[in-house]
Structures are given as C-alpha cells and as structure tokens.
Design a binder for this molecule. Structure first.
Ligand code: ATP
Ligand code: MG
Ligand code: MG
Length: 569
C-alpha cells in the first residue's frame, strides 16, 4: 500500500484491510457549516482524505448541518473551496440533512422497539434529573409511556404541533450509567427554524450523536475519525448504529433510494485523535467569529486569521500545511504545539519552491557617481540558488539605487558588516561600492553617494576581493512602488485562551503591531507576479502577491513569514 506512515489510525486501517474486515476503506470529513475552516481542520482533512487516498478508498465531504440556527450556505461554499485548495477531492458531497427522513424513520423504529420515548420535561428539569458524575440520575416521569402514545407524540412533533422546547425524543438507555452521555440522551428536539438546505420542512431536528452515527452508517463509512472530545460519545454512537441496524431495515432508507442516492450500510468504527492546537492562536470558530464581528480583524480571510482562507491569503501553501500535518503526526495526546512548527513548515516549503526576488522595504537612495547619469544595463540572476531548473531573470541596474535604510550606519554598532561612511559593501551581483559622501536633511540620512569599483563586477578579476557585507538593492528608475503589508502574530502571548484569574480575555492579548503597511520598492520581475505567487525577497522574508489586491502596476505583497524565527518572548 502507498503509505509508510505509522500512526495508530493507519495501523488499524492497515490491519482491517489485511484481515479482510473491509473490502474497501471509506472515510468522511464532516464539518458543521457554521463558520470557516481553520488550521485545525487541515489536520482532520489530511487524515480523512489522506487515508482514503493512501488505501485506495473513498472519502465523502459531509456538511453536518443539524444545527440550523448557526448555519449558512456561505460557509458551505467556502468549505468546499478550502478542501480543494488543500489538494483533496471528495467522492460524494453530502449533507446530514439529506438523511433527515431516514433519521426520522430510525426514530420511529426506536420508539416501536421501546428504545426511545417522548419526554415533556423542560431543559432545566432534564438537567436536574440527569444526576452528576458521582450521583445516578432519576428516570423521567414520562419514560414509561406506551409505544402507541410515544409514536403519536413523535408524529405530532414532526407535524409541528408543539412549540420549541416543549418536548424531546430521548433514547431509553440507563439513567445510572457512569457515562453521562448514556443517561437517556435527547435524540430529537423541536425547533421551528429555517434550515439552510431543507427550508421550513422540519420543525424537529436530530441531535448530533444520533444524526452523525446514522449518517456514517448510511454512507458506508468504515472508519469514522474524529477528535478526542467525542471519545465519551462513542458508546452512544455504537448504541445508535446497533439499535437502528440500517443494514437490516431497508424500509428506513427507501427515501434515499427514491432520491437516487446510493445506500451502502456499514457498521462504522469511531476512532478519536487529538486536536491540533498552536500557541499564539485561537482556533475555535466561536472566537474567530467574535474577532470578525467586533472588527478586530478584516474579515474571515484577514491574513492574520488561522482560518484556511486567512492563512492562504497570508501566503501559506497547501503543501506547507500538509507538511506541517505530517510533522505533527497523529496521536491521542492533546497538546499545545509551538507555532514555530507551523512557520517552519512554511519556510521549508517556500525555501524549496519560491523564486528569489529583490525588494527594499525601507528605502534609502544610493547614487553611483562614477556611472553616467542615464546609465542603464540588465543583469541576470538565477531565480533559485539551489535549483537551476527554476531558470533566470534579468534585473535592471542603473546609477541610482534603493537600498535598505538599515544596511547603512553612520555610527556603526560593534560587528556591523554593511555600509558605513568611507566603507565598502558588495551590491549583490553588481560589484563593490564605496561610500564617499552622506547627504542629510537635518539628522536624517537621505542619500549615499560613492563609487562602484569597475574591476569588481562579477566575473572580473577584482570580484573576489574580500568584503565583509553583501546587501540587496533595486534600481530606483525601474523599481515599482509596492504596498507591503508586514504581518505578524495576531496575539502577543503564547496562550491567549488562558484567562484564569487574570480577569482578561483573548481579545486583551491582541498584538497591536500585527499589521504594519509600508511602501517599498520591488524589482520589475516581482511586480509581474500573478496573485498568490510567492517569493523570497532576499534577506527579508517570504512574501506573497495579495490574492485580491495585487496588480502588476500597483503591487501589493503580504509578508507570509520572516526568514528566521525572530520572535522573542
Ligand atoms: P471548532 O470547535 O473549532 O468550531 P468543531 O470541532 O466544532 O471546531 P467541526 O466543523 O465540527 O468543527 O469539525 C469538523 C471535523 O474537524 C471534526 O471531525 C472535528 O473533529 C475536526 N476538527 C475540528 N477542529 C479540529 C482541530 N483543532 N484539530 C483537528 N481536528 C479538528
Ligand atoms: Mg462540531
Ligand atoms: Mg465547535
């Protein structure tokens, strides 16, 4: 088989294939369309789709839309775009709501079997009856209703006769169970609310555990992978699958066959793995939503957001995310990972794939006095120092350049290796320059003048003369002014979620310097980038042409990540 990955989930799948337990592997990725996907979801996507691909199986994309109040078609569209962007394609696109009729019939079946009852307790009363971890719960006074009465009430719930919250359908399991999820959990609730897929068809909606387990069974899922918080739900998941027994109740799935949807009943196995969490980020959809709604970021795709739309705009590549997921691995140990793992994966990916360009983000004029005023020539540079196949580009060179302001110091600190008055520096690919004159406006240095050693051009005899520093430059007449957005971490503390005892919340820890915009200059071969093209701006960092705002005649670049980890805490 095409995978050498050894995590415990792939090991289970490998054994199930070897033993013949399954002829084919089937997984699903089941996001709720109540927000945009984030970096954490990338782990689940790579796992669900990756395992299907590696074992020659199939993976469905299923929108888990059982909570209509918070769901929206906008999210459904974005989720599809994000999954494809990460490099995966689903076998079938399904909605849990495709199965509402099946799930409802399953509920009637449970009632007829005596495995479910209609309960009139209010939400508060249900809570009071549930007991605690150390105390068993008490049976609902409605638990012994007859099958006929339950069936009648369930049908009237479905017909919309009762107001929101008036009744629930509950599984009849065990109010003394150690696992609270088994204390007669709700299977259906009444909610008169429009659904993004089914409109006003349903006044009742199935609860997560009931809908999810049956959706998996209907789709023939063999391995249902989810995060650790569902471990305690697994006994209920299995209870639902077993009691409904779809494989032996064709009448339940007739509505699917009528809709032309294939039906492949299975007994799916739920396996849990740890969530992906990074420091310096918050990753719950609720908190991300709050940042957007409070205007603390510029929408879901703000390049500082950990949404897939956000980091895409920031310049993260699908291959960098897949690399990060591989490096992190799969386990049952929840942990808060260091953000440098994420940033390091991007650096490694872009170091290999991104073309090099020159850009100056804090410009200082440099004039070469021993070249004619109109001097102009073309220099050739490789696109990638370690990859000849990336080809070359030409870069205009002239007597007036922009260099980085910090590459010149009038009063150099100890160890400073770049340009100083009277000193020499190598201009990358153009020769050795000596600073003869510093022009100032008050205290501010506004121009450097000096000569280029004519014997020091690359290829000439004097080119190898030992010079401590090399700096980058762009030709002032040819470079294009560019809007450069210098993004940094959105939060300035490692664990913005940790508000215990501090009286603070994550929004109190926003990094005020997480976005600075400057005007810099880029060489012409950077300006012509297509949106989303990434470059290494030599000596500065990795940048991407903004997906929406970049134009060749008005370039806009976002800093994706610095060249090295310079963050100090
Ligand atoms: P959130 O709590 O951030 O809103 P969620 O778990 O409610 O996320 P879903 O849309 O239900 O989001 O998630 C779809 C799938 O992605 C689930 O199987 C879930 O377990 C998985 N998933 C969500 N967050 C993470 C994460 N941080 N790491 C790994 N998998 C995740
Ligand atoms: Mg969820
Ligand atoms: Mg959630």
């Amino acid at each position: 088989l095409a995978t050498t990955k050894q995590d415990f989930i792939r090991q289970i799948v490998r054994e199930d294939v070897a033993s013949g337990k399954h002829q084919a592997i089937k997984t699903r990725f089941p996001p709720e369309p109540n927000g945009y996907l984030h970096i954490g979801h990338a782990k689940a996507i790579c796992l669900d789709f990756g395992i299907a691909r590696e074992f020659g199986g199939e993976c469905n994309l299923r929108l888990d839309d059982t909570n209509p109040v918070k769901e929206d078609p906008e999210y459904v569209r974005a989720i599809q775009e994000d999954v494809r962007w990460l490099g995966f394609e689903w076998h079938d696109l399904r909605h849990a709501s495709d199965y509402f009729e099946v799930i409802y019939r399953a509920a009637e079946k449970l009632v007829r079997q005596g495995d479910a009852f209609v309960c009139d307790l209010s939400a508060d009363e249900v809570r009071a009856y549930r007991g605690t971890l150390t105390e068993p719960g008490r049976n609902s006074p409605f638990r012994d209703r007859s099958v006929d009465e339950n069936l009648d009430l369930l049908r009237r719930m479905r017909a919309g006769e009762f107001p929101d919250g008036a009744r629930t359908l509950r599984a009849k399991i065990d109010m003394a169970a150690g696992n609270m999820n088994l204390r007669d959990p709700a299977l259906y609730r009444i909610k008169h609310v429009e659904h993004q897929n089914t409109g006003m068809d349903w006044p009742i909606y199935p609860m997560y555990d009931f809908a999810h387990s049956l959706s998996d069974a209907v789709e023939g899922i063999t391995h249902s992978l989810c995060t650790l918080e569902f471990e305690d739900h697994r006994p209920l998941y299995d209870w639902c699958v077993d009691k409904v027994d779809l494989a032996n109740s064709k009448d339940l799935v007739q509505p699917l066959l009528d809709k032309g949807l294939p039906f492949e009943a299975s007994k799916p196995r739920q396996i849990e793995f740890s969530r992906l969490n990074f420091n310096y980020l918050v990753m719950s959809k609720r908190k991300l939503m709050a940042l957007v709604q409070a205007g603390l970021v510029d929408g879901w795709d703000d390049p500082r957001m950990p949404t897939l739309q956000g980091i895409r705009r920031r310049g993260y590549t699908p291959s960098a995310l897949r690399l990060m997921v591989d490096r992190v691995g799969i386990s049952k140990q929840n942990s808060l990972l260091d953000i440098s793992i994420l940033e390091g994966a991007l650096r490694d990916d872009l170091d290999a794939s991104a073309s090099r360009r020159m850009a100056v983000i804090d410009p200082l004029k440099l004039v070469i006095t021993n070249l004619d005023a109109g001097h102009e020539e073309s220099l050739t540079f490789p696109n990638h120092p370690k990859d000849e196949s990336a080809g070359v580009r030409t870069m205009p060179f002239s007597n007036e350049l922009w260099i980085e302001r910090e590459d010149f110091e009038e009063v150099p600190p100890k160890g400073f290796k770049r340009l100083i008055p009277g000193g020499e520096v190598r201009l990358r690919g153009a020769g050795i320059f000596r600073c003869d004159e510093v022009i100032k406006d008050g205290d501010k240095v506004v121009e450097i003048r000096g000569v280029l050693d004519p014997e020091s051009r690359p290829g000439m005899a004097g080119a190898d003369r030992k010079i401590k520093g090399t700096i980058h430059w762009v030709s002032a007449r040819h470079a294009l002014a560019a809007e450069i957005r210098l993004y940094d971490r959105l939060f300035n503390v490692a664990d913005p979620d940790d508000d215990e005892g501090t009286g603070k919340t994550y929004t109190d820890h926003l990094n005020p310097d997480s976005r600075r915009t400057v005007t810099g200059y880029v060489e012409p071969a950077a300006a012509v980038a297509s949106p989303e093209q990434s470059f290494q701006f030599e000596r500065i960092g990795y940048f991407v042409a903004d997906r929406h705002d970049h134009r060749s005649d008005a370039p806009v670049f976002n800093r994706s990540v610095t060249l090295r980890d310079t963050w100090t805490t």
